[in-house]
Write a protein that binds this ligand. Structure first.
Ligand code: CP
Length: 315
């Protein structure tokens, strides 16, 4: 594996999932693989799980880690080419990425969507610039349109908890008062569409995801219909793609309740976290026996570790 920016860098998801599950059983089996090598973790945005799980995964492989909050610990970065740099950004990504590539063998980057300029967000400017200038493998720690390490952890979690060969997996929009990116939902669709399962997406009208990500997923505007017989319910809020970045509704009727979970096939409740309690999902569901959100977050270590292992093997 050279870079890990999307599902397109993971041609064999099943093998990746099985290898991740094997690493979960023997976390230190490859603790010499990263010896004398360093990964740099660059955060343009906050993180709990991604930051700590990726560091833990790197440490399990013997990698040194450097972590930097871009623009807080470092200079603000200019990403556009040919600009007169008389604004707030003191350094261009051209030099910054190239310099960091001299210090690190792998660079991992988190850079969220602006939610103001769809064309620019969907062009993945930050990831593409790092890929162009760093000269080392780049790992996506959540970009404007994707969160592939999360999606791989979700695949691992579904594999662990499924009770039938071809489970029904539902991605449901859930209400939120802030404008949130489409990245987790987009990425989840991309990965689920490549797995052997029944995949249904449900959301209020106006929250249609980009067709390139939605693929052949079934779509319904009836949450109850989607939940019927579901083996997994994956809740996430996202802002509108077509009316880009807008919050079109905060309808509390879309919140995940136990009454709705009772429509499922004793389905497991998943969320990438962080989650706003009693906004997206009730305490009863989150604290109940069907919730596997903590186990899901725990699997972020194994998704990161298998990806870093594959990259290290290619260096
Ligand atoms: N799910 C996830 O990416 O969590 P963080 O934003 O805390 O990293």
């Amino acid at each position: 594996m050279q870079h890990f920016l999307s599902v397109h860098d993971a041609p064999d998801i099943e093998a990746l999932v099985q290898e991740a599950l094997a690493l979960k059983k023997t976390p230190f089996a490859f603790d010499q693989l990263g010896k004398n090598k360093t990964i740099g973790l660059l955060f343009f945005n906050p993180s709990l799980r991604t930051r700590l799980s990726t560091q833990r995964a790197a440490q399990n492989l013997g990698l040194n880690t450097m972590v930097m909050n871009v623009g807080q610990d470092s200079w603000g970065l200019e990403l556009d080419e040919g600009v007169i740099m008389n604004g707030t950004s003191a350094e261009h990504v051209k030099e910054a990425a190239a310099v960091m590539g001299k210090y690190c063998d792998i660079l991992a980057v988190r850079a969220f969507a602006s939610l103001t300029d769809r064309e620019r967000d969907y062009a993945e400017v930050t990831m593409e610039q790092f890929k162009k200038y760093a000269g080392v493998p780049i790992v996506n720690l959540e970009s404007a349109t994707r969160h592939p390490l999360q999606s791989l952890a979700d695949c691992i979690t579904i594999e662990e908890y499924k009770t039938k060969p071809r489970p029904k997996v539902v991605l449901t929009w859930a209400p939120h008062f802030k404008s949130l990116p489409q990245a987790v939902a987009n990425s989840f669709c991309e990965w689920m569409n490549r797995r052997d399962l029944e995949f249904v997406v449900t959301h209020p009208e106006g929250y249609e995801l980009a067709p390139a990500f939605l693929g052949n997923a079934q779509v319904t505007h009836s949450q109850e219909e989607a939940f019927a017989g579901a083996d997994f319910v994956y809740a996430k809020n996202w802002s509108s793609y077509h009316q880009y970045g807008q919050v079109l509704t905060q309808d509390a009727a879309w919140m995940i309740t136990q009454q709705k979970m009772d429509l499922t096939n004793n389905g497991k409740f998943m969320h990438c976290l962080p989650v706003r309690r009693n906004v997206k999902v009730t305490d009863e569901v989150l604290d109940g026996p069907q919730s596997i959100v903590v186990e899901q977050a725990g699997n972020r270590v194994w998704s990161a570790q298998v990806v870093l292992k594959r990259i290290l093997e290619g260096l």
